[in-house]
Design a binder for this molecule. Sequence first.
Ligand code: GTP
Ligand code: SPV
Ligand code: MN
Length: 583
Amino acid sequence: MSSKLQALNEWVDQVATQTRASRIHWCDGSDAENERLIAEMLDSGDLEKLNPDTHPDCYLHRSDPDDVARVEHLTFVCTERKEDAGPNNNWMAPAEAHALMNGLFAGCMEGRTLYVVPYCMGPIDSPLSRCGVEITDSPYVVANMRLMTRMGSAALTRIERDGTFVKGLHSTGELDPDRRYIMHFPEELSIQSFGSGYGGNALLGKKCHALRIASYQARTEGWLAEHMLIVGIENPEGEVRYIAGAFPSACGKTNLAMLIPPAAYREAGWKVWTVGDDICWLHPGEDGRLWAINPEAGFFGVAPGTSAKTNPNAMAMLDRETIFTNVAVTDDNQPWWEGLDDRVPAKDWRGRDFDPGQGPAAHPNSRFTVSISRCPSYSDQAENPDGVPIDAILFGGRRATLAPLVLEAEDWVHGVLLGAGMASETTAAATGQVGVVRRDPMAMKPFCGYNFGDYWAHWLDVGSRLTRPPKIFQVNWFRRDAEGRFIWPGFADNMRVLEWVLGRCRGELSARETAVGRLPEQGGINLAGLSSAPDMASLLEVDHDDWIEELQAIDKHLSNYGDGVPKALKDVLGSVQSRIRPG
Ligand code: GTP
Ligand code: SPV
Ligand code: MN
């Protein structure tokens, strides 16, 4: 092995000694390797084979019932100075965190295989991509990383060329919630995760590397690592425009990234192309625009609510080569979840006979893992090493009231304020209460690897370097009526909002100026082909009294981040507040 890989080899040896791993396996990412791993997991019960006639090469994994979501209270950013992590993160001093983690990792892989998983986040030949190596004792993690990232030999070759990589150490430990920590050391470019086998806690390339560590690196290097989907919209003239969108976990990124336009749009020639559904790395280009790559290579998507009606592109991927986690099964062993169809499942996500009295059949945060290459709308630009140019950025949340269907920022600084002030109802993607409105700036509350005050300043700085910045919009698909029903049909019909957004970007549509931003004119959103017109007056209402309260709450929220909050942001907030009158 070359000297460039010496650091990697030494680290692997040191971890193998520390954890007393019984075997070491360097993953090459090959089909043969994957088949061996799957066979072992079928033997051990880590995986169950699903119906091979309806779902060839599909498997079910059932997590420990106490390990089914990200754990924000056990996730830490460990910088030398506490203020660098900021009030948005749990913080522990690096020395203390290392001592704690060393204790947990000592001997934890005895009797287990240590897998070395080299991976590349982003197209393998893109200068914008970054590599990492995850050491894990979970074959389930290896199989997921193979679908979610460019994993194996090609990544190792790139690591050898780059000479640098992010070090991620993971063990499922005993899956004991009391011995579970997800630690980030951005100053050391390393991650240590113990005690969970689930998604963002364990697939370290995803949230730990591509968001928490990458956001920290991006700040010093002049780019942005964001919790965003990337989608290309092709108009009837054949022009493709790209939109990036930050919505909190389980708030619609995957669905928007692969929507199929309503019939009237399809007939007119509109098409949608998927670039990414969860993470986006944004770089200012020489042309003064913002260019985006998707660092991932697969989806770890929310199963419940996914159906032929809501997300036909997802359904087309999920009948082969998919790992399902914590879904239910039918009596002929097909995967099933709430919202899929009206069959009655036989077994719930814990493997018990289904009993509606015991809660939903599929866990609300049950997921599918599938390669993005299986997506029927996969964009031919997704592998472009330069990325795709972004025309619009959306900030979206789950708000039953207040937030209109769509609102355009006046400029970049006002847009950053819309992002910084974002709030959304919590979901099952993280442990804790569901449905509570909380501030989730840029959908990055759980994922920003440094102080939000510095992060907003960095957003302003990046914007000031763009001569053709994307326009920024706030959207909300989740407004409810007095009976609690969603007012907006959502899903495919979100295309109607995207059309307005792109029309605004092209300078072709007028807008209604309000104190809080620009909204569609009456009739501005194309409703052609909808069987019944939604209550657009409610969807586009700006209630001044409610907004006065909201702006006060945003003011208070910003002040939690102290002196680091850019003055320009507070100035814009002040000017919005001064424009709005009660009643
Ligand atoms: P993460 O993977 O956790 O980051 O989530 P995500 O933002 O990709 O959310 P996803 O698209 O998976 O949607 C989460 C849930 O919201 C699913 O149950 C969807 O069916 C539902 N959903 C998505 N889009 C819409 C919409 O436009 N309207 C409504 N009512 N529900 C939606
Ligand atoms: C999210 O929670 O935003 C996800 C799932 O995309 S996880 O990989 O668990 O972070
Ligand atoms: Mn996510």
